[in-house]
Write a protein that binds this ligand. Sequence first.
Ligand code: SME
Length: 149
Amino acid sequence: MNYPLLQKQIQSLLENETDVIANMANFSAFIFQEMDKVNWAGFYFVKDNQLVLGPFQGKVACVRIPWGKGVCGTAAEKQNSIIVENVNNFPGHIACDGASKSELVIPLIINNKTFAVFDIDSPVIGRFNKDDKQSMESLIKIFMDATVF
Ligand code: SME
């Protein structure tokens, strides 16, 4: 994966726009179109102590995820990115699409509070490694810096 190129492209995609929904929509569309073996990419907002579906690309997905549940709810609560090699081995994994086999979730944190999470799913077991996690965290940082919340 050519992450340095993706970083430059994300930078220019977002640099003239500050709107959170517009930037989330284009960020997820860009990741979905550029990354191979990815069948879903999108955001969940933290609202009323649960996660609520935001802009995404891929098949229709679960709308609400309870706080602390699933991979997304766990990443939101722990404020840590989570790589899941095989979703069948993650207790409490929420299967929106049975085709998804591995997953990477990055929390978006503002003033020590989780504001949203970014979730990427793959139909391939073990699709995401530590390099993907670090690189995706830096892409999310570009999104956070470009956007006004
Ligand atoms: N699998 C996620 C739910 C979101 S969907 O994959 C789009 C989870 O366990 O949190």
